[in-house]
Design a protein around this ligand. Structure first.
Ligand SMILES: NC(=O)c1ccc[n+]([C@@H]2O[C@H](COP(=O)([O-])OP(=O)(O)OC[C@H]3O[C@@H](n4cnc5c(N)ncnc54)[C@H](OP(=O)(O)O)[C@@H]3O)[C@@H](O)[C@H]2O)c1
Length: 228
């Protein structure tokens, strides 16, 4: 049975991914910061026939990442999806604490989670490491504003691109996927153009289509290549 781990699975794109992989019959580690407050994820867990397991994970906390490893043990993970992210506490201002927090969650945490679960990936059948990034991480198309968020996603892209080269020797494939402009809490109040469900369908298709040729390539949820 395919095994999938998703960070930030309690709402938005992460929850939609968990729902669709559950429908496909996968075994799912659904990670979230606050399992007690994750009502929709708990409902999904209850209807999953024991295939979905909720796991507490704050990606900004290294002890929490270590505890995730204790929970997962040496079980193989076919698809590891680094989805948890924040839009940037400092928004359009340049403010140290917010900037660092954004870098920590969006850029550093996916690298730490990947390193912590590297053996679980290596020992799986599919060996797919996924980062949900953003078009805002593209340097060549960058506009102004949202400095911390843009910088964090550019750093995420660069780090994951490096892993796609270095971990290829273990057969690990890395997907760097921009989800599009999606109707979630992150962009509430804006006119995002696709639902989380449509986005998740596209992401799952791209993850299924991932090959050594597309590993480490910056793409969107439809498979369209994005300039760095
Ligand atoms: N929506 C878009 O248009 C869009 C566009 C480009 C990229 N993205 C990316 O897509 C991903 C998912 O975003 P979304 O749109 O689904 O946003 P969302 O609805 O705001 O969900 C964000 C998720 O990340 C989790 N999270 C934040 N900080 C965390 C932490 N320290 N530890 C663990 N989980 C944490 C949140 O958990 P809590 O509920 O505990 O806060 C939540 O589950 C993000 O990486 C985002 O940058 C989104």
């Amino acid at each position: 049975m395919r095994s999938v781990l998703i960070t930030g699975a309690n709402r938005g794109i992460g929850l939609a991914l968990a729902r669709q992989y559950a429908t496909e019959g996968a075994r799912i580690f659904a990670c979230c910061r606050d399992p007690d407050g994750a009502d929709k994820l708990r409902e999904l867990t209850a209807s999953s026939g024991g295939r979905l397991q909720m796991v507490q994970l704050d990606v900004a906390d290294e002890r929490s990442i270590a505890s995730l490893k204790s929970t997962v043990g040496d079980q193989p993970i076919d698809i590891l999806i680094n989805n948890a992210g924040i839009s940037g506490l400092s928004a359009d201002r340049i403010e140290a604490a917010g900037y660092i927090a954004t870098m920590r969650v969006n850029a550093l945490a996916p690298m730490l989670v990947a390193q912590t679960l590297r053996e679980n990936l290596t020992n799986s059948t599919e060996k797919k490491l996924v980062a949900i990034t953003s078009i805002m991480g593209s340097i060549s198309t960058a506009g102004g504003g949202k400095y911390a968020y843009r910088a964090s996603k550019a750093a995420l892209n660069n780090g994951m691109r490096g892993l796609s080269r270095d971990w290829a020797r273990d057969g690990i494939l890395v997907a760097l996927l921009n989800p599009g402009w999606v109707q979630t809490e992150m962009v509430s109040g804006q006119t995002a153009y696709i639902s989380a469900e449509e986005c998740a369908r596209g992401l799952i298709q791209q993850i299924a289509a991932l090959t050594p040729a597309t590993s480490g390539v910056f793409q969107d949820y439809r498979g369209v290549r994005i300039r760095w």
